[in-house]
Design a protein. Structure first.
Length: 399
């Protein structure tokens, strides 16, 4: 007899926890759709998506490619040689690093890079450490692949970043370590000397380092940018065109791979993805030469950041992580609530502000934190402290 639905199982990989920011996006969309004509709109601070689209040069390159009559078919699994060469030049220009094109893999966004990296570098049962708060898909992807995420509780005293002392205290030592600088959600960065010490410790102790550098280009002159590729030949570096280059929906990113993982990662990529989207690769290569436009967009983020760092404390949110980079503010709201999910729901309904609850990023302490993204429309960011202050005065905090 055919099996019935009652006895069919759901695979372990399909049982990952939700990425709650996606649920917040859906709630904000529904709230916006229900607003009456003329009502103030929703201020979107829940998602790390630039309010600007791809730079004009990227759009024009994609348009020319679409009209050229040439088939935009499969590329090599690791992407167009011209794009890989352009990324290699970026490492020389931006960091003074010589990175062979052969070690660069173009991926289906950074989100496509992480499973490739994890599958190439780790086995089922391996333990991979990361600081908490952390970007949720790190742990969710690892756990869906049968690996274990080992969470290192970090706070403002370490700038929400891991330290060498924390790593040396681990017993047993992990098989891998994921770091992010600037990090999501806190926006903090590892100073180059601390990044170097961690990278060298990992290399010396057989701990595979995965460095998330997708917010490079978006730092605010408090901590210098440095790439883990400068300090370790065994590290995996992940980057993306989604943030600085404003190309979220194009789904295009890259990895810098150590020599021993180039072929294993390529084989996984061939089977899982075939190749990154051809048209997105064409646009991404052109975007890398749109510096003037992109720097103007970045200047807008800087203005929004300054407005919020001044305005949020006046509204009652004065415990904010050092915002070294990215476009997030990680706010401790423990004096207002111990339930950030409920607080965000009320804030959306009462103030028209969509933000992400901290429980998405910190399983133990997230009830007292919120993440605000300030990469949206600049005029809207300026309005946030005003709305927030009025709402808190009217509704008051709840535990």
């Amino acid at each position: 007899m055919p099996r019935t639905a009652e006895v069919l199982k759901v695979g372990r990989g399909a049982q990952s926890p939700p990425f709650l920011v996606m649920d917040v996006i859906a709630a904000a969309n529904a709230r916006a759709a229900a607003l009456p004509p003329g009502a103030p709109g929703i201020l979107r601070m829940e998602v790390g998506q630039p309010g600007h689209g791809a730079p004009q040069g990227a759009v024009e390159a994609a348009t020319r490619a679409m009209r050229s009559g040439h088939a935009l078919g499969y590329t090599e699994a690791f992407g167009l040689p011209s794009l890989r060469a352009r990324i290699a030049r970026h490492y020389l220009d931006h960091y003074g690093l010589v990175v062979p094109m052969s070690r660069i893999a173009v991926t289906v966004g950074a989100s496509g890079a992480f499973p490739l990296a994890f599958l190439a570098a780790f086995d089922r049962g391996d333990r991979i450490a990361m600081a908490t708060p952390f970007y949720p898909p790190y742990a969710n992807i690892l756990e869906s692949l049968g690996m274990e995420a080992v969470l290192l509780e970090c706070g403002p005293e370490t700038r929400f970043q891991p330290t060498l002392a924390l790593l040396e205290a681990m017993d047993p030592r992990p098989d891998g370590l994921v770091i992010a600088s600037p990090c999501n959600p806190a926006g903090t960065m590892l100073p180059p000397e601390e990044l170097a010490a961690i990278a060298r410790w990992c290399h010396a102790n057989g701990v595979r380092l995965v460095s998330d550098e997708i917010y490079h280009g978006l730092s605010w002159d408090t901590v210098p940018e440095a790439s883990a590729a400068a300090f370790s030949d065994s590290a995996i570096v992940v980057n993306s065109f989604s943030k600085y280059w404003c190309m979220t929906g194009w789904r295009i990113g890259w990895m810098v791979l150590p020599e021993d993982l180039v072929r294993p990662a390529e084989c996984v990529a061939q089977n899982m993805f075939i190749s990154p989207p051809h048209i997105a690769q064409v646009a991404a290569e052109a975007a890398m030469d749109c510096t003037e436009e992109l720097e103007a967009i970045k200047a807008g983020y800087a203005r929004s950041r300054a407005l919020l760092l001044e305005g949020l404390p006046r509204a009652g949110l004065d415990r904010i992580a050092a915002a070294d980079g990215a476009f997030y503010l990680w706010c401790d709201v423990g004096h207002l609530t111990n339930d950030s999910l409920e607080f965000c729901t009320r804030m959306l309904e009462g103030a028209g502000i969509a933000a992400t609850p901290g429980v998405d990023f910190d399983r133990a302490r997230g009830g007292r934190f919120l993440r605000f993204s300030y990469c949206g429309v600049e005029a809207g960011m300026a309005e946030v402290p005003v709305r927030l202050s009025r709402w808190l005065e009217r509704d008051g905090p709840r535990s």
